[in-house]
Design a protein around this ligand. Structure first.
Ligand SMILES: [Zn+2]
Length: 148
């Protein structure tokens, strides 16, 4: 099957986050430094991901930034054959449950669908990506690490 880039079939300019003006710019800045952070409500203790400026549980705006654990386990995973620009198919994507219960979705960079199973331990890593804005930035990914 012939693979076409999204830009070859899609004329509508894609939207992407404005990293400079977002209220959670801190999150994007931390990624550039190889740190994964999010917000925690100081009133009720709820940890949000993605980060929020207001707690979705008690609506308090008293939030603090916390660092997320780097280790977690595969909660769910899939193989994607239709992929965003900048990726070559197939890619493996997963929902990972971190050690503190927060679940994240991203790309598993070093394991195929066949090499993964539910409950596998993975680690958060960081990779420079170029999405639709043609400007590179860092995003979090998962790495299984191979035992040799
Ligand atoms: Zn709260």
């Amino acid at each position: 099957m012939e693979h076409k880039e999204v830009s070859e079939v899609l004329e509508v300019p894609p939207r992407y986050p404005n990293f400079e003006q977002t209220a959670v710019k801190k999150f994007w800045d931390a990624l550039e430094e190889g740190r994964l952070i999010t917000t925690k409500c100081q009133k009720c203790g709820k940890i949000e991901f993605p980060p929020k400026i207001i707690c979705t549980s008690c609506y308090s705006d008293e939030i603090e930034w916390i660092e997320l654990p780097k280790k977690g386990r595969i909660y769910s995973f899939a193989e994607m054959n239709v992929v965003p620009r900048g990726f070559s198919p197939p890619i493996t994507v997963a929902v990972v449950e971190l050690e503190n219960g927060v679940r994240l979705f991203s790309h598993v960079i070093d394991a195929s669908f066949e090499e993964l199973k539910l409950g596998d331990e993975v680690e958060v890593d960081f990779q420079e990506m170029s999405w639709f804005d043609y400007k590179k930035h860092t995003y979090f990914v998962f790495r299984k690490g191979k035992s040799e």
